[in-house]
Ligand binder design. Structure first.
Ligand code: GLU
Length: 395
């Protein structure tokens, strides 16, 4: 029979972050000593108090289907978290719990975007935003930011990008892949532009909220004029070392939350029962409980910036959050290294994988073709060895 896939899937790009991680895993399974700095995944164990809550849930026989939008106790815990950390008032009816923040984002875009609608993305942006918009037959429209403005956009850039087709703008602070963090003043300036365009929704991805090295986190929905049109996305993967547990959530106007619940009800239903119970423990605990991980990321950040600074041709940004560095490596374009010609960031990332056995992710996937993303959510030994290897294959 002819292999006749839909155009939808045939045209969909593979997730570059997951593809690189899979490649690194495959090489490892063949015995190659690969250092994986491609995936944004903490290398810590999930804290014991969260694991204990999960074990308790198993023993308490939490095994049935969960409500599509999440256990009410979890939605209440999420509302407490939003109030405590972000000073945003959400009711449980405004919360939808999903299988990872990725599903929360997909729900949001599916329920708001019609074919032909424009969605503004600030490049560099996380790889899956554009793919998810394309699945909804929307148009991803990139607004470029660069290293000189710390990879942040100005109100003027936002204003210039808006057209009558603009339905949504996606913002992400701390940012994946740049690590940039918007200040309250910067977000208020962007909000002032949006106030002139009342029909544009804002998807604010705040999954890296707690991985922050000093600039206070500010949630876009804290701005009163933005509250009714903002969808706040968060989850437990990054801050609580719970990537595999797959729990993300959204706080949004109730009519949008209801639509997302309807969407999720036809696709995956409620998120995993045990992971949801564990998430209640995670969110109700004082944020101090996870500070040891943030402190360690902060110290690794210092370390990797110092080490990378010694490599010729790397133009480094100074990330203020998340656990990525996003250097400009275009210095190497047009050069031939060990007989391999480097024409673009993908060639460069493949070269590092093949020659240095270090996995990174090409900037093309994030809308920035001059850069690569290096995750420092890895041990200091791995970071140091990886940078040594990179230096060796570039000299
Ligand atoms: N968000 C993480 C990353 O950017 C995990 C992989 C993914 O879902 O893209 O590495």
């Amino acid at each position: 029979m002819k292999k006749n896939l839909s155009d939808r899937i045939s045209n969909l790009p593979v997730s570059a972050t997951l593809a690189m991680a899979a490649k690194a895993r495959e090489l490892k399974s063949q015995g190659v000593n690969v250092i994986g700095l491609s995936l944004g995944e903490p290398d810590f164990n999930t804290p014991t108090f969260i694991k204990d809550a999960a074990i308790q849930a198993v023993n308490d026989n939490y095994n049935s289907y969960t409500p599509v939008d999440g256990y009410v106790e979890l939605k209440e815990a999420i509302c407490r978290k939003f109030k405590r950390d972000n000073n945003i008032d959400y009711n449980p009816s405004q919360i939808v719990v999903s299988t990872g923040a990725k599903q929360s984002i997909a729900n949001a875009i599916q329920v708001l975007i019609n074919p032909g609608d424009d969605v503004l993305l600030v490049a560099p942006y996380w790889v899956s935003y554009s793919a998810i918009v394309l699945l909804a037959e929307g148009n991803p429209i990139e607004i470029y930011s660069d290293i000189n403005t710390e990879f942040k956009i100005t109100p003027e850039q936002l204003e210039a990008a808006i057209t009558p087709q603009t339905k949504m703008v996606v913002i992400n602070s701390p940012n994946n892949p740049s690590g940039s963090v918007y200040t309250e003043a910067e977000y208020r300036a962007l909000a002032a532009v949006l106030e002139k365009h009342p029909d544009i929704y804002v998807l604010s991805d705040e999954i890296y909220e707690h991985i922050n090295y000093g600039v206070p986190h500010f949630s876009f929905a804290q701005i009163p004029s933005m509250y009714d049109r903002t969808l706040t996305i968060n989850g437990v993967a990054k801050a609580f070392a719970m990537t595999g547990w797959r729990i993300g959530y959204m706080g949004a106007p109730e009519w949008i939350a209801k639509a997302c619940t309807k969407m999720q009800g036809q696709i995956t239903s409620g998120a995993n029962c045990i992971a949801q119970r564990a998430t209640i423990a995670a969110l109700d605990a004082p944020v101090e409980n996870i500070k040891y991980m943030i402190d360690e990321f902060s110290s690794r950040r210092e370390m990797i910036l110092q080490l990378l600074d010694k490599i010729d041709g790397f133009v480094l940004n100074q990330p203020k959050g998340a656990f990525y560095v996003f250097p400009d490596i275009s210095h190497y374009f047009g050069k031939t290294l060990k007989g391999k010609s480097i024409e673009n960031a993908s060639d460069f990332a493949i070269y590092l994988l093949e020659e240095a056995h270090v996995a990174t992710v090409t900037g093309d996937a994030f809308g920035c073709p001059n850069n690569i993303r290096i995750s420092y959510a890895a041990s200091k030994e791995d970071i140091s060895e990886a940078v040594d290897r990179i230096k060796r294959v570039l000299s």
